[in-house]
Design a protein around this ligand. Structure first.
Ligand SMILES: C[C@H](O)[C@@H](O)[C@@H](O)[C@H](O)C(=O)O
Ligand SMILES: [Mg+2]
Length: 418
């Protein structure tokens, strides 16, 4: 705890995923999965690793924003930070001049997430625990018990269940928008063989294409497996309702990001119109902050909360959203994928299950099968479930060789491409 932070470095790391159309959707047709990657050095040698997810161009802007926050972190001890974490969060998000760039949204908030993710990683490492366990222990030590005094029993049984079976996941890797049908079919066949039962398909660019692709995947997975569709904000409200109604024969569980992520009342209208078809609305990967989530929940504008470990202000803000979702009894199904998002968010959803929701009803965490090999503690998936991470920290340390190779623009991968 006495570790004093003496240095912060941030690097622009990009993977050329767009070349093979991995990650492509109706709005992001050429995503290069990227990260502003932060390392905190301490006087005692312990290091903290954090990142925020980006899509290639513009990562350099997030890197600048992280650099602008560095002075607020360097020189502080971990003890100083965590003994008043709320104050520290406010310091980062409420600087009298920098908050003008947000507040708590856009580039500055992505930068805040990268820095705070590194601080949480450092804290978990200093305690020798994976982050999810640090959170679970914090809650039990503080005697955060329910009125009927059964919270401890629930926590233990939920924890045992996770160690044994893991947290249920769904896959998005089979059906990126830029994949040809043949590839979709092959990936879907492989996924079914590996035990996947829940699949997400990208839609929104062309209705006839969507009908063909959804029909194909529904035929392959059969009537009992779960299908979700994701439009990545492509439509306006009326278009969303009519388009999704046309796809309702394929029985999607949810339509994700049907329209602008800021249009709360638009989402409410879409939710209301689609409810009779048994289709819910999911959103959150581009929801700026907890205040937006509050209003989405208040307005019954979503039926699935998709927290994001790098869009919101790290663990601090995600915890607030988990608690609000619990209060409104709306299931949390985190956004993951990208680079590192699966590694990070698995900790949050484990905590949600063990200490907050104690339910797996209508809940699952996204999984995308790209880029895990670049991490020192990659996610472990067994039978379409996330197995609880065991290594200390927040699982976002990348292999130094990978960072060097993919650093933009000087890494070998980019020297060859540019
Ligand atoms: C550009 C990205 O791959 C997005 O398409 C992706 O995050 C997606 O919305 C998802 O839900 O996984
Ligand atoms: Mg999405």
């Amino acid at each position: 705890m006495l570790h004093k932070i003496i240095n912060l470095t941030v690097r622009d790391v990009r993977f050329p995923t767009s070349v093979e159309q991995h990650g492509s959707d109706a709005m992001h047709t050429d995503p290069d999965y990227s990260a502003a990657y932060v390392v905190l050095d301490t006087d005692r040698g312990l290091r903290g690793f954090g990142l925020t997810f980006t899509l290639g161009k513009g990562t350099e802007i997030v890197v600048c924003a992280v650099e602008a926050l560095a002075a607020l972190v360097v020189g502080k001890s971990l003890q100083e930070i965590v003994s008043d974490f709320r104050g520290f969060y406010r310091l980062l998000t409420s600087d009298g001049q920098m908050r003008w760039l947000g507040p708590e949204k856009g580039v500055t908030h992505l930068a805040t997430a990268a820095v705070l993710n590194a601080v949480w990683d450092l804290w978990a490492r200093s305690e020798g625990k994976p982050l999810w366990k640090l959170l679970v222990d914090m809650v039990s030590h503080r005697k955060f018990r329910s009125k009927v005094c059964v919270q401890d029993v629930i926590t233990i049984s939920c924890s045992v269940c996770m160690q044994k079976e893991g947290y249920p996941a769904y896959t998005t890797s089979c059906a990126w928008l830029g994949y040809p049908d043949q590839q979709l079919k092959q990936l879907c066949t492989d996924a079914l063989k590996s035990g996947w039962t829940k699949f997400k398909v990208k839609v929104g660019a062309d209705l006839e294409d969507d009908i063909r692709r959804c029909r194909l995947i529904r035929q392959m997975i059969g009537p009992n497996n779960t299908l979700m569709i994701d439009a990545n904000q492509r439509w306006d409200v009326a278009e969303a309702i009519s388009w999704v109604s046309r796809l309702s024969e394929f029985k999607p569980l949810w339509i994700e990001e049907p329209t602008s992520p800021d249009d709360i009342l638009g989402h409410a209208a879409i939710s209301k119109a689609l409810a009779p078809l048994g289709i819910g609305v999911a959103t959150g990967e581009q929801c700026h902050n907890r205040v937006m989530f509050k209003q989405f929940l208040q307005a019954s504008a979503l039926q699935f909360v998709q927290i994001d470990s790098c869009r919101l202000g790290s663990v601090n803000e995600n915890l607030a959203v988990l608690l609000m979702a619990h209060k409104f009894q709306v299931p949390v199904c985190p956004h993951a994928g990208g680079v590192g998002l699966c590694e990070l968010v698995q900790h949050l959803i484990l905590f949600d299950y063990i200490c907050v929701s104690a339910s797996l009803d209508s809940r699952m965490c996204e999984y995308v099968d790209h880029l895990h090999k670049h991490f020192t503690s990659p996610v472990v998936i067994q039978d379409a479930h996330y197995m609880p991470p065991k290594d200390p920290g927040y699982s976002c340390e990348m292999l130094e060789a990978s960072v060097q190779k993919h650093q933009y623009p000087e890494g070998d991968v980019w020297k060859l491409q540019l």
